[in-house]
Design a protein around this ligand. Structure first.
Ligand code: ZN
Length: 320
């Protein structure tokens, strides 16, 4: 994105969403990854007699279980490719490279990996390549550091293999990770900047006149742009709540605690916040609360009772 497309007054921040999970491999993929550690490339023979690399546990056509492992060569042929001019973190190489599908000698399907060449003019479909093994191997696809051009003879013709390895790899941690730069846009930038001054700023819909907090730049009911900024609160009313009994990871709050919908005075929509400063079993609908700001005052850490009488149900029933 260019500087012109993102005005400097908009906030931006790196954001990582990740969900790493541990999975067991099963006999076929356990043999495949254990083999990589020993520089042995394994495929599996399908019901139709072809050899799949990387291997699967079930036949892609008949869905039958397939277990007949075969060893294939560490050399192969590029079947298609795409140039990656700007490698991202955690990709196989940190210099520009080609993503390639390689059909290893002895295999009938192709494996996706990286090819280390100086530029796209050095890649072509049909070119011969070989595995460059990682210096240290752990039983992972990264044991193949990448592929490199190769002019020598083909090797490996699908010889049977029993798949037995000492200390076989039986599970892996699969990282699901999205790493990007987030900009909250005009409305939420104003909201976040307001919070840093301990003010809560919503936006009024020109059609239904409701004030939305946090603002999204458009009315979720009418679909029209909201532009008028309106300061709401600081106090508000608990409209609904729940008692949380599960301790969340990385959250240093004693359980049980109360999480509530809070309609700030002047807002047409309730926002979420934790209630503190009162025993959890005394929190109730209509309780009047005010924000307690974090150290540094960047956002409300929680809300506490103001000591005012409870709000009438009629005053907030439209906001539940
Ligand atoms: Zn509206």
């Amino acid at each position: 994105m260019t500087a012109a497309a993102s005005p400097p007054e908009l906030l931006r921040a790196p954001l990582v969403v990740e969900f790493p999970f541990t999975r067991s491999l099963g006999p076929v993929q356990s043999a495949f990854l254990s083999g990589l550690r020993e520089r042995v490339l394994l495929g599996v023979r399908t019901c139709g007699g072809t050899v799949m690399v990387p291997p699967a546990e079930y036949d892609p056509v008949t869905a039958e279980e397939i277990r007949e492992l075969v060893e294939v060569g560490a050399t192969g042929t590029v079947t298609t490719w795409a140039w990656n001019g700007r490698p991202r973190p955690h990709q196989p190489l940190d210099t520009p490279f080609a993503w390639v599908l390689v059909r290893l000698d002895g295999a009938d399907t192709a494996l996706l990996h990286a090819l280390d060449v100086p530029g796209p003019e050095s890649v072509r479909t049909g070119m011969r390549v070989r595995v460059r093994w990682a210096a240290e191997r752990a039983g992972a696809i990264t044991d193949i550091a990448c592929f490199e051009p190769y002019e020598g003879p083909a090797a490996g013709h699908g010889t049977p293999h029993d798949g037995a390895f000492a200390d076989a790899v039986t599970g892996i941690v699969a990282e699901a990770r999205l790493d990007y730069t987030y900009s909250p846009g005009r409305a939420q930038t104003a909201y976040i900047k307001g919070l840093s001054e301990q003010r809560t700023v919503g936006e009024r819909c020109p059609s239904c006149r409701k004030v939305y907090v946090p603002p999204r730049g458009a009315c979720p009911t009418c679909g029209v742009a909201t532009t008028d900024q309106i300061e709401v609160g600081p106090a508000g009313t608990v409209t609904t709540y729940c008692i949380v009994n599960i301790k969340a990871k990385n959250l240093d709050i004693e359980v049980p605690y109360v999480y509530a919908h809070i309609a700030l005075d002047g807002a047409g929509l309730a926002l979420h916040g934790r209630i503190g400063g009162i025993p959890y079993d005394q929190v109730r609908m209509g309780l009047r609360v005010e924000p307690v700001w974090t150290e540094g005052g960047r956002y409300p850490d929680h809300y506490r009772p103001t000591g005012e009488p409870d709000a009438d149900y009629d005053a907030y029933k439209e906001l539940i």
